[in-house]
Write a protein that binds this ligand. Structure first.
Ligand SMILES: Cc1ncc(COP(=O)(O)O)c(C=O)c1O
Ligand SMILES: N[C@@H](CCCC[NH3+])C(=O)O
Length: 427
């Protein structure tokens, strides 16, 4: 967490040693100014993680399509668009976000298992790079819409290679019993059909086996299966322009040792060169590995509640703000943003005020805290705010982007009135 560091504070309280900074700003200042719970992102962190992909791919034809779902705030998309990023989208809402943030539609790949007709039409209208097709039914639907609009739809088939991504079952997508993609064994037939359709242009092959992968093994296994398919397609006379290997590279939430984009992509590039596919455009769709470490969530300790069994630290952020611990039992490191020298470290379950026993941000965490302290939940830049909800009529958090010594509100805190605005009473 290079961009979130403990430093000595200029106005430190007598009992406090160091405090957490986001780039050059003490996070306490941000919490005081913008309230909590608060998402804080570092622009430099975002740029650095994007550039790690760019550096790894700069020596060949490539397209980095940031997976919008990971963090779709317009300012985040804009920072990446300015660096030249493309985008991986799964809905027309995400496409409109990309356009509003200044992204180039020609660098957009449209994924998703059931694109609706109106979504297909809009994507054709703005001219996306390609559709990642996930079934024969979807292929026929896209042909119909393209024909009606007198456009050619560029397509890439997302194949399901039946590879175990060795990640949480909810975020594993490349096994035969997952809903994603076209069975790789059946793909040649679907390619032949696509080639025969009047308003379809086959441009690539695509695969995304899951998220939060911490080793390259499953990626490389999937690649081998893709290479066999590509050889077969070549023999069928089908020329592909690109290979899209999806996203999925993990990040360090706790003590995982994860490969860097370059560790991973060096092996992919080498294997492609060996097999004579060095000239194909290599497309990647990273989400988490770009955004996760660029964000933290700040939350304040409301009450400390000791019970016979354990101590609860009840904070003002909850499962509606950061869902990952509740649904995946995901670990996010939690720190006190001020280091106290006069507070005993105890084990706490850090829980929110939502009426669910599954409402927790961390369990059995050693923390030296007191009421009113500000905690930081690390690695919250991806799949954090985007998965938040209004459960318990809680207002969604604000989001702030720090750039050096400046902080910008990139989403103001929601109000209860805004929540009511789209509802109405019966006459
Ligand atoms: C098709 C597709 N591409 C890319 C991603 C981004 O994955 P990650 O955030 O793990 O890089 C996802 C999400 O898992 C996805 O479903
Ligand atoms: N929401 C998941 C990732 C899903 C990836 C989308 N295919 C997470 O928080 O880890």
């Amino acid at each position: 967490m290079e961009w979130f560091t403990f430093q000595s504070s200029a106005n430190k309280a007598p009992s406090a040693n160091r405090e957490l900074f986001a780039e050059q700003i003490p996070v306490q200042q941000l919490a005081e100014k913008f309230g909590t719970p608060l998402y804080v992102y570092s622009r430099q962190a975002l740029e650095t993680s994007y550039n790690a992909y760019y550096q790894a791919l700069a020596d060949r034809d490539h397209l980095i399509c940031y997976a919008v779902k990971a963090n779709s705030n317009l300012a985040v998309l804009n920072v990446l668009a300015r660096l030249g990023a493309g985008f991986d989208i799964v809905s027309i809402g995400e496409l409109e976000r990309v356009l509003a943030a200044g992204g180039n539609p020609e660098k957009v790949v449209f994924s998703g298992v059931a694109k609706q007709r109106h979504e297909i039409r809009r994507a054709l209208e703005v001219g996306v790079h390609c559709f990642n097709i996930e079934s024969e039914q979807e292929l026929e639907r896209i042909q119909e819409e393209a024909q009606a609009m007198d456009k050619i739809a560029r397509v890439s088939l997302r194949v399901n290679p039946d590879v175990d991504a060795q990640t949480h079952p909810y975020i594993s997508t490349g096994l035969k019993d997952n809903k994603f993609g076209i069975d790789i064994n059946h793909a040649p037939v679907v390619y032949a059909r696509a080639e025969a359709l009047s308003h379809i242009e086959v441009v690539g092959v695509d695969c995304h086996i899951g998220s939060q992968l911490t080793t390259t093994g499953p990626f490389l296994d999937a690649l081998e299966r893709l290479l066999l398919l590509m050889d077969q397609l070549k023999a069928q006379g089908i020329q592909l322009k690109h290979l899209d290997i999806g996203g999925g590279l993990g990040v360090q939430y706790q003590d995982e040792v994860v490969p860097s984009p370059s560790d991973y992509l060096v092996s992919v590039k080498q294997r492609l060169a060996e097999k004579g596919y060095g000239d194909l455009t290599l497309v990647v769709e990273p989400g988490r590995s770009i955004a996760a470490q660029a964000g933290i969530m700040l939350t304040r300790v409301e009450l400390i509640k000791p019970t016979e069994q354990k101590n609860f630290a009840i904070v003002d952020g909850a499962m509606n703000d950061l869902l990952r611990p509740s649904i995946y039992s995901a670990w996010h490191t939690i720190v006190n943003t001020v280091e106290h020298s006069d507070v005993e470290s105890l084990s706490y379950d850090v829980v929110g005020p939502v009426c669910e026993s599954g409402d927790f941000l961390g369990k059995e965490r050693a923390l030296a805290i007191k009421e009113g302290d500000l905690l930081a939940i690390y690695s919250s830049g991806a799949y954090g705010f985007v998965m938040s909800s209004n459960y318990n009529t809680r207002c969604r958090a604000a989001e702030v982007m720090v750039d050096g010594s400046e902080a910008y509100v990139i989403r103001r805190r929601e109000t209860v009135e805004e929540q009511f605005a789209s509802e109405s009473l019966l006459p």
